[in-house]
Ligand binder design. Structure first.
Ligand SMILES: Cc1ncc(COP(=O)(O)O)c(C=O)c1O
Length: 387
């Protein structure tokens, strides 16, 4: 019996040493895993010390005592000094926000000076430009074109703009075009930010609203992304918590500090009860998100199937809570005329693409945030209009 217990302790000690080595390496290269590694390592060191004490005193309980003292004392030191310092470092890379709109507008105030240049995609969420206006900065609009799968074409951004710009906005999965971006796109974005010393702000409002097994990548998955990029996440769309006003910005520590400086002088953040609600939702994300997405997927199918049965040929969108479609041919690309006509004849309101900037012209957007019956009724009326 003693032989086997010995062997097990031996094995644990060797595993412990290996774990220490491996853990140390991971610790140096991947700070995110710090907590698990620190705790795992602690127990293995405890096991090793316990084994040695037992072996040399011949008393099993002394061994246990030794192991407990090591786990207890080193654990306390780790917790008090090392982990706190390291989690402090991580905390310097994240900031709670009152949703992403809050962060978008205030990040512009935080990192732009009057006269600075910032790049925003068009069609795009209007608050990027509004933030620049409030900061006294100038927006350089870059087009999202269908032929480029509505992705930003970094190579087409003029040299002068690359030299001057301080901030560049990305938004994938995209509102309003519903486009999604592959990992290579984010790699290119990080490289572009690094080459040109531009802060890349990735608005990730819709990363969790995905369908048919698609998973949206994060810019922070790119190696070294936190040197030049931040990601803005929101609880609004993923958890249907729009009115709660809570989200976060994660990534580049100086951008986080700058946004924090603006925010602590303007808003003080979200109510604590809302923070707890958000934490609870995040801890149950795997259970909460799929049924929400199932509702949007059903509505997406309802809308796209109706349009495709009546002259459109739209692909099923992989993400977001919208459908983006070209206006019928007889409106000759005039989204305003189409939307006005539709409203007048059917009482159905859709959003004209031109509302998202000049390269949004020629399209309209349908939101999937209405109940199925309302959407079905609206689609019926649109179809009856004999588009
Ligand atoms: C692309 C995009 N970013 C940000 C937001 C803002 O969302 P919130 O402030 O609710 O997080 C929206 C809302 O529609 C959006 O479409």
């Amino acid at each position: 019996m003693e032989f086997w217990v010995n062997e097990i302790f031996n094995a644990i000690s060797y595993a412990g040493l290996l774990f220490l080595l491996g853990g140390g390496m991971t610790l140096i290269f991947g700070a995110m895993k710090i907590v698990n590694i620190a705790h795992g390592t602690l127990f293995l060191v405890g096991g090793y010390v316990g084994y040695v004490v037992w072996r040399y005193t011949g008393n099993f309980f002394f061994g246990l005592l030794g192991a407990s003292v090591v786990v207890g004392v080193i654990g306390m030191i780790l917790e008090r000094f090392l982990l706190r310092e390291l989690s402090g470092q991580l905390l310097r890379q994240m900031l709670m926000t009152m949703g992403s709109k809050d962060a978008i507008a205030k990040l512009a105030l935080a990192v732009l000076d009057p006269g600075d240049l910032a790049v925003a995609p068009v069609p795009g969420y209007p608050t990027y430009n509004i933030g620049h206006v409030f900061a006294g900065a100038v927006t350089c609009q870059v087009p999202l074109r269908k032929e480029n799968r509505f992705l930003i074409d970094f190579d087409a951004i003029p040299l002068e703009v690359r030299r001057q710009a301080k901030l560049l906005w990305l938004n994938y999965p995209n509102n309003p075009t519903t486009a999604v971006a592959p990992m290579e796109f984010f790699q290119r974005a990080v490289a572009f930010g690094r080459e040109n010393d531009i802060l890349i702000a990735s608005d990730a409002a819709y990363t969790e609203n995905t369908y048919d097994g698609y998973q949206a990548p994060s810019i922070l998955q790119v190696d070294g992304a936190e040197e030049v990029a931040v990601e803005l996440f929101s609880m609004s769309k993923a958890f249907c918590m729009t009115g709660w006003r809570i989200g976060c910005m994660v990534g580049n520590a100086s951008a986080v500090a700058a946004l924090n400086a603006v925010k602590e002088n303007i808003d003080n953040g979200s109510l604590r009860a809302i923070q707890f609600a958000a934490a609870t939702a995040l801890n149950q994300a795997e259970r909460l998100i799929p049924p929400i997405n199932e509702v949007y997927r059903r509505r997406r199918d309802l809308v796209i199937d109706a349009l495709n049965a009546n002259g459109w040929s739209l692909e099923k969108t992989k993400a977001t809570i919208y459908v983006w479609a070209p206006v019928p041919e007889r409106y000759e690309g005039d989204s305003g005329a189409f939307v006005a006509d539709l409203l007048e004849k059917t009482g159905v309101m859709v959003t004209p693409g031109r509302g998202y900037g000049r390269w949004g012209e020629g399209y309209f957007r349908i939101s999937l945030t209405y109940p199925d019956e309302v959407l079905a009724e609206a689609m019926g009326r649109i179809v009856e209009m004999k588009l």
